[in-house]
Design a protein around this ligand. Structure first.
Ligand SMILES: *[C@@H]1O[C@H](CO)[C@@H](O)[C@H](O)[C@H]1NC(C)=O
Ligand SMILES: *[C@@H]1O[C@H](CO)[C@@H](O)[C@H](O)[C@H]1NC(C)=O
Length: 457
């Protein structure tokens, strides 16, 4: 809570919220120390308070016998990075891969179009940062996405005039690169998620570099998102929170937005709250922003103390879209659209996530097929690696190049991959050829591989 108090130390609009919350921070963690054999088990009920944590511990998605076995098995991983662990059962997976999940950030891309069209430089940051917040609603799903296979890609068209391409560029450590572009903006990301398994929860650090370029004004924005915590992984009902700061900076001038995602307090207080300011290069607040990441964001011009300017009013800038009711995987409509072949361009690459047999089987509800297909893909990936090493080959991504730049992040260094422009040429040549899509996309065999079918050799 210290950084929270510092940030809001000068009083101002959010001081009441901040001080009422700082008392709650220590009360919210309730450990189930009474349960024999479950040392270090921490169960946190987001609605908190009245119920016994022990009662909460009995809830969740696992059958008791599976849960106990799993808890014992996972003990040895406490404190370690579980990003690329292959032993996780499909039961906890959703039918989507990490690079598809990356594309979910494009749902409210119209906010970036508005940022680009906007004349007021500070309103630009209001739109752009609201875009960055808008994906957290979808990201509160408690299912684990599949790790992409090395060389796997995801393409998306039919949304906001965007062309989107992402590729898995490294297997160890797992790294993905992505590029999206329309007439208003380009979006470039290199992502290397790092995790820390804590027993009944996992911390997810968004090690990455995100750049948004607004084309008209030539504004280049850098985004540092807050870390995420997945609570009650094995005991209790799983829930997701992203407490901490989100910072978006104009790299030319140093103007920035700093938004604070409140940690969930006791009785759910502060859950989903996001508050902060747009600052000019002299670090003076210009516009206040407030809202809930699960619902809507609003803004209002403010004075140097951060108080709303008289004669102005709080205006909404973003509101979450309606979602399907009782969706099996808590998907938004946009998440469904991402998995759909309707968003796939003509001549979809055979390395596309949509074509993964394990993902597709899970989507169809066939868990045992999904599990078998997943193991078989992982086995093939290992065979490829052995083959590559034996031949002294390197893996070279197709659509991104290692830039040689290493950038610091709050969670460690990152080797930056840069979009090489080849996908834009590739798409343009297909569009120019005026191909009529006669093949049934679903019949394309998933093929991210560098070599032929080794299993058959
Ligand atoms: C950001 O940088 C551009 C120049 O690259 C400048 O024109 C713009 O006003 C700056 N500020 C904001 C808040 O966009
Ligand atoms: C967001 O959370 C609040 C509780 O703080 C809840 O009342 C509201 O319905 C949620 N919004 C959505 C869209 O789920």
């Amino acid at each position: 809570m210290a950084s929270n108090d510092e940030k809001k130390g000068g009083g101002g609009f959010f001081s009441t919220i901040a001080s009422s919350l700082s008392n709650l921070g220590s009360a919210m963690h309730k450990s189930v120390n009474g349960l024999l054999g479950y040392e270090g088990l921490e169960v946190i009920d987001p609605e908190g308070g009245t119920e016994d944590a022990e009662e909460e511990a009995q809830r969740g998605r696992w059958k008791q016998e599976d849960r106990d076995g799993y808890w014992k098995m996972m003990q040895k991983y406490i404190g370690s990075d579980v990003t690329s662990m292959v032993t996780l059962p499909v039961l906890i997976f959703e039918p989507m891969t990490m690079i598809q999940k990356m594309a979910e950030l494009m749902e409210y891309s119209h906010l970036l179009d508005l940022a680009d069209e906007c004349e007021d430089p500070y309103m630009r940051l209001v739109y752009a940062s609201s875009w960055a917040i808008s994906v957290y609603y979808a990201y509160q799903r408690t299912w684990k996405p599949f790790n992409p296979i090395l060389g796997e890609t995801y393409e998306m068209v039919n949304h906001g005039g965007i062309t989107f391409i992402a590729e898995q560029v490294s297997h160890h450590p797992p790294m993905s690169a992505g590029h999206a572009e329309n007439e208003h903006f380009t979006y470039d990301v290199t992502s290397k998620l790092k995790t820390k398994f804590l027993g009944n929860s996992v911390d997810v650090y968004p090690v990455g570099r995100t750049r948004v370029t607004l084309k008209r004004a030539g504004v280049v924005l850098d985004l540092v998102p807050p870390p995420t915590k997945v609570n009650n992984l094995i005991f209790g009902r799983t829930w997701v929170d992203s407490p901490g700061e989100m910072i978006m900076t104009n790299l030319t001038t140093g103007d920035k937005v700093v938004l604070y995602f409140q940690p969930c307090g006791w009785f759910g207080a502060g859950r989903y709250e996001v508050d902060g300011y747009v600052y000019n290069a002299a670090e003076e607040p210009k516009i206040l922003m407030t809202g809930k990441w699960n619902q809507s964001m609003s803004y209002q011009p403010c004075d140097l103390e951060g108080e709303p300017l008289s004669g102005t009013e709080l205006k909404e800038v973003w509101r979450v879209a309606a979602v399907p009711e009782n969706d099996k995987f808590q998907y938004t409509y946009f998440a469904h659209k991402i998995n759909s072949f309707d968003t796939a361009p003509k001549k979809l690459l055979a390395s596309d996530s949509r074509l993964r047999p394990d993902r597709y089987a899970l989507e169809k509800g066939d868990l045992s097929k999904a599990g078998a297909e997943k193991s078989s893909l992982e086995e093939r990936q290992r065979a490829e690696k052995r083959n590559r090493e034996a031949k002294g080959h390197q893996f070279t991504p197709r659509w991104f190049d290692l830039s040689g730049e290493v950038t610091p992040t709050p969670w460690g260094e990152l080797e930056v991959y840069q979009y090489n422009g080849k996908y834009t040429e590739h798409r343009a040549s297909i569009d120019a050829a005026d191909i009529i899509n006669e093949v049934d996309v679903k019949s394309i065999e998933f093929n991210p591989w560098q070599y032929g079918n080794l299993a058959a050799e």
